[in-house]
Design a protein. Structure first.
Lengths: 112, 114
């Protein structure tokens, strides 16, 4: 979507390497979400930010996953020691209280 | 805790048929919001509709209509006279007013055959 830019659009990495995925939203949206979508599957909730804080980290699959947000804007999702099961499309979305979420185009991560 | 259930994994219809996609939700909050999104083969998620918990009025937009019933915790989506371009995965989502946490159902893959 026009309101959310994700980079890179595609990432191929070797198993065991760390990767960092970036979400750069337009300003003015307090809530930011990360989701994961495996091939042919639904959206798996990972984490969301209200401002710079993350009230709910329960969706992170393991301690290899972490995320941060700075300045109420840019967010990065980091996956350490990537595994093949981490291969998926990672989607970032922005929204406000009770409003619809606007999604980025996603980062397609392939772990080989 | 929030939960959204879309029991229909896949639906296949022939063009011009009507089709209803089911969505059942769970929440402890009295104020919440429900959404439907469409994900066409291109992959981008497209927002279709938002409903707040205090507005049970059904809504119609062209061939699309939504039936919100709090008594059964359901927010079903009907496409009338389906078209091939309606083929996509449709997601129902729930957000509560306090945490702003948005959770999605597993999605329903709709295939409309010519």
């Amino acid at each position: 979507g026009a309101g959310v830019s994700q980079s890179p659009s595609n990432k191929v990495t070797e198993k065991g390497k760390d990767v960092e995925l970036r979400c750069d939203p337009i300003s003015g949206h307090t809530a930011l979400y990360w989701y994961r979508q495996s091939l042919g599957q639904g959206l798996e909730f990972l984490i969301y930010f209200q401002g710079n804080s993350a009230p709910d980290k329960s969706g992170l699959p393991s301690d290899r996953f972490s995320a941060e947000r700075t300045g109420g804007s840019v967010s990065t999702l980091t996956i350490q020691r990537t595994q093949q099961e981490d291969s998926a499309v990672y989607l970032c979305a922005i929204g406000g209280r009770g409003t619809e979420a606007f999604f980025g185009q996603g980062t397609r991560l392939t772990v080989v | 805790a929030q939960k959204v259930t879309q029991a229909q994994t896949e639906i296949s219809v022939v063009e011009k048929e009507d089709v209803t996609l089911d969505c059942v939700y769970e929440t402890r909050d009295t104020t919440y919001y429900l959404f439907w999104y469409k994900q066409p083969p291109s992959g981008e998620l497209v927002f279709l509709i938002r409903r707040n918990s205090f507005d049970e009025q059904n809504e119609i937009s062209g061939r699309y209509s939504w039936n919100f019933q709090k008594s059964t915790s359901s927010f079903n989506f009907t496409i009338t006279a389906s078209q091939v371009v309606d083929s996509a995965v449709y997601f129902c989502a729930l957000s509560d007013a306090f945490n702003n946490d948005m959770r999605f159902g597993a999605g329903t893959r709709l295939t409309v055959k010519p």
